[in-house]
Design a protein around this ligand. Structure first.
Ligand code: FE2
Length: 229
């Protein structure tokens, strides 16, 4: 696997600044829910004081859990679904762009493409059940393929994190009978960069075979990111 990930420099080399209060952007005249305000204050402090991406992601998991305990704070405009695919609603971006909070809303059966991320990512389930499959890229003289590393199911209140360059190829599906909502915190300005995806993977998928042909993927035939945040 790769060593230090140069992609991190994009976010970790941002100089510290004297931050202005991070106020969630909402419609004029609509009060910010106290739970969301508490989260943004805690996150502002975390990203200002901590530079290590693993520590930031772990700290984000802890700060996200109170938001998952009661979803009434999430506005109706951020709960909208579509039969055309899961929806992504940007709830808040720190003005300096050090993190973004996005609500992803899924109807039953809707799924992401298989993808990886360009920045750290923390996911917490607010409503419903979501399944996450993680993959590793393999290659030999015959071509490349994805090996499924495992499948996990997440319920309301549970969180997980992905920190590039490892633990980072996955696909998420709403496997429940009702709509699901998950909160995603990304270590980037999602409004500015448009997506947290590094690339998608259109490769054959095999279940674990135990061979030793896993390869790093970030330097191999990069494909453009599409759609999913
Ligand atoms: Fe993802």
């Amino acid at each position: 696997m790769r060593g230090a990930d140069t992609a991190w420099a994009t976010y970790l080399d941002v100089p510290k600044v004297t931050q202005q209060p991070s106020v969630p952007s909402r419609r004029e005249g609509v009060a910010v829910h106290p739970a969301l305000a508490s989260f943004t204050v805690a996150m502002d402090t975390l990203v200002a004081e901590q530079q290590d991406p693993v520590a930031v992601a772990d700290g984000t998991c802890a700060r996200l859990r109170p938001l998952l305990a009661d979803g009434t704070w999430l506005a109706d405009e951020h709960r909208a679904t579509s039969k055309d695919g899961y929806q992504e609603h940007v709830v808040h971006v720190l003005p300096e762009g050090r993190y973004s909070l996005v609500a992803l809303v899924w109807l039953p059966g809707q799924s992401t493409p298989i993808h990886d991320h360009r920045c750290w990512c923390v996911v917490g389930v607010l409503e419903g059940d979501e399944q996450e499959e993680r993959f590793r890229l393999h290659a030999n003289g015959e071509g490349t393929w994805l090996e499924r590393q495992g499948v996990r199911r997440y319920h309301v209140g549970q969180t997980c994190r992905l920190v590039p360059p490892d633990e980072d190829i996955h696909r998420v599906t709403n496997v429940g009978d009702a709509a699901a909502i998950s909160l995603h915190v990304y270590g980037a300005d999602i409004r500015a960069c448009g997506t947290s995806i590094n690339r998608t993977f259109d490769r054959p998928v095999r279940d674990t075979s135990g061979d030793d042909t896993a390869v790093a993927w970030r330097d191999r035939d990069p494909a453009p990111a599409v759609g999913h945040r």
